[in-house]
Design a protein around this ligand. Structure first.
Ligand code: BG6
Length: 280
């Protein structure tokens, strides 16, 4: 299948969202022609490797995994499109993808599950809902996250709010725990932190077009903030050497402790992104 056939686009007014079947990875969110998400110019679209940018879905494991690939298999598996609606009149466009266990996933992680990923697009506003159902008889544990890559015009001028006073695990400093003292967090180095018990809202200032983007999240108690910076960027084959200047990952998730789902139980986490300072 060609790259075009792999991607579906939903539209609402002057906004659009594109989603790749590989990983149900959102690869674009445009408002009035302005791209709000970052996808690397070197991203590899071979339906095998995770797409470097957009919003990869991390499930059922965040980070290195003794049972399988880093960040789990969801982002490197083809999902099924269940529904796709672009509807001017109701003010909302929608796409729904699902991922259920297969022989291959059970070889890695022997559980039955159904993940439903709903993407909703409204004017200036874009929501992603991740629902995980335990469809088997055995209880399971998992971690999950929406790995949102924001496009930023200059990382040196971008800040994130909503982290002050919180404990974080610093993954570039032997996973030691520290407390954030800044109100507006700026990134000036290789940055890989898991902020814990974060509030339900962050504002990313100086995102694409210089706009502020508000992230409101539900049932995702952690927020990972990541930028590889100069040296790590050079070591990544699917990321341009200078692109660290133009991206910032702010990733809502449930990662510092696992979730447990008993048979038949359902988890739902949400992220809602809105542009809050423009007439777009
Ligand atoms: C972040 C992790 O969420 O994802 C980082 O905290 C990791 O440790 C980054 O480097 C990118 O991961 P990957 O597997 O897409 O290169």
């Amino acid at each position: 299948m060609s790259r075009e056939e792999d991607i579906i686009t939903i539209r609402q007014g002057n906004s659009s969202v594109s989603i790749h079947h590989h990983g149900a990875t959102v690869t674009s969110w445009k408002c009035d022609g302005l791209e709000m998400l970052f996808v690397s110019k070197d991203a590899i679209f071979n339906n095998k490797k995770a797409i470097r940018g957009g919003i990869p879905v991390v499930f059922p494991n965040f980070g290195p995994w003794e049972l399988g690939p880093q960040h789990g298999f969801a982002r490197i598996t083809r999902w099924t499109l269940k529904e796709s609606v672009s509807n001017e009149s109701c003010g909302e466009a929608k796409a729904v993808f699902t991922l259920t266990d297969t022989e291959e996933t059970r070889k890695i992680w022997n559980y039955n599950f159904c993940v439903t990923y709903t993407i909703l697009l409204r004017n200036k506003e874009f929501e992603t809902r991740l629902q995980v159902e335990n469809s088997g008889s055995d209880e399971f544990e998992f971690t999950t996250l929406l790995h949102t890559y924001f496009s930023v015009p200059d990382i040196n001028k971008t800040t994130i709010s909503g982290l002050q006073g919180l404990q974080f695990i610093d993954k570039v400093c032997e996973s030691q725990k520290f407390t954030e003292d800044r109100d507006q967090v700026a990134i000036k180095e290789n940055y890989d932190r898991v902020y814990m018990s974060t509030p339900n809202m962050h504002v990313i200032k100086n995102a694409a077009g210089g706009h502020s983007v508000r992230m409101v999240k539900e049932n995702f108690p952690d927020t990972v903030v990541w930028n590889p910076w100069i040296d790590k960027a050079k070591g990544m084959s699917d990321f341009g050497d200078e692109e660290y200047l133009n991206m910032l990952c702010v990733e809502p998730g449930h990662v510092s402790s696992p979730l447990t789902l008993t048979s038949g139980a359902v988890f739902e986490g949400k992220q809602l992104l809105s542009i809050i300072d423009s007439n777009l």
